[in-house]
Design a binder for this molecule. Structure first.
Ligand SMILES: [Zn+2]
Length: 328
């Protein structure tokens, strides 16, 4: 058995429920991963099929832990959609049906007899960076996850800010273009609608159809990955699209930075894989257009440190920091 001083060194289980995959891992408070399982999300089977996958994966890890005499003190769950944190319920998923008002925390607690903390994946991601990643040593953090959508989370004075409805930090739904393109939420001109991977792909596709800017991109629907790739090779249209997206991000981040005065802004998600000279570097420069110098003093804007395992490590951090249990 692992021992640390006199106390048994415990571990937690992190569970990341994403739209395309579900990942679960046994993680120590140091961030060391002792075991991990990853499966594609059974989205076609709806929430019930996903729930069975989750039960099965947790059951496997709990028996692994008991075989190896690792005491598990808490399970942290990061979910890719809105969550009622207080009630421990999923509110809905934008991609998988049947999650509406789903009492996930209670079901898992009853099934496994362990404390369970449930939150959205952006909040979990921010805590992961705080405990194991780029936000170590920071107390005021703005975390922005840019993928197919844009999620966000705020850590203020070392504490996650949830707000009244667990909606605080949702920077993706700050409106940056009045009467702009429609967002998944139904409003017009949200940052997510114009600067997410989906938004960037859509804008490029629109400009390709218009045909007024020179491009090597094909005349069909293109992805943000294709756009960044083309921009890297100097494609004129792709560069215009990336430039617009950076401007929108600088605008949205500028609003959040002015309100929160963070010490670090962390960009996570698929778009943080884009070349730094196309996204991060121009973003750092462009933000100063929207923020007073005093709020920019000492501000770092960096990519997330946790990459592929960010979701599951974030869920583990959620268990460690918010689980109300001493995990180490
Ligand atoms: Zn929106």
């Amino acid at each position: 058995m692992h021992r640390h001083g006199d106390a048994v060194v415990k571990a937690v289980i992190g569970l990341d429920v994403g739209n395309t995959r579900i990942t679960a891992a046994i993680v120590r408070a140091s961030g060391e991963v002792l075991a991990m399982i990853r499966r594609p999300t059974d989205a076609s089977g709806g929430a019930n099929a996903c729930y069975r996958q989750i039960e099965d994966m947790l059951g496997q890890l709990i028996s692994t832990a008991s075989e190896r005499s690792i005491p598990i003190s808490c399970v942290g769950v990061g979910f890719g959609g809105p969550v009622d944190y207080e009630g421990g319920r999923i509110m809905r998923s934008h991609h998988v049906s049947g999650w509406e008002d789903f009492p996930l925390r209670q079901l898992l607690r009853e099934k496994f007899g362990l404390p369970v903390v449930l939150d959205n994946d952006a909040n979990a991601g921010a805590l992961g960076e705080l405990l194991f990643g780029a936000a170590k040593r920071h107390r005021n953090v703005l975390y922005v996850n840019i993928g197919t959508g844009i999620g966000g989370a705020i850590i203020s004075d070392g504490k996650l800010v949830r707000g009244e409805n667990n909606f605080a930090g949702e920077i993706g739904h700050i409106i940056v273009v009045r009467d702009g393109p429609i967002c998944g939420c139904g409003k017009l001109g949200c940052l997510e609608a114009v600067a997410s991977g989906t938004g960037i792909g859509r804008r490029a596709t629109e400009l390709i159809q218009l045909g007024s800017i020179k491009t090597s991109l094909p005349k069909r629907s293109v992805t943000s990955k294709e756009v960044f790739e083309a921009a890297l090779h100097g494609d004129e249209l792709a560069m215009v699209v990336v430039d617009e997206a950076v401007e929108h991000l600088a605008h949205g981040l500028g609003i959040a930075i002015t309100l929160l005065n963070p010490g670090i802004v962390i960009i996570g998600g698929g778009l943080s894989e884009a070349p730094e000279k196309l996204l991060l570097e121009p973003l750092r420069e462009r933000v100063s257009k929207y923020v007073l110098d005093i709020a920019l003093k000492g501000l770092e804007i960096v990519n997330a440190k946790l990459r592929y395992d960010a979701g599951v490590l974030g869920a583990a951090a959620l268990a460690i920091l918010e689980g109300g249990v001493n995990c180490d």
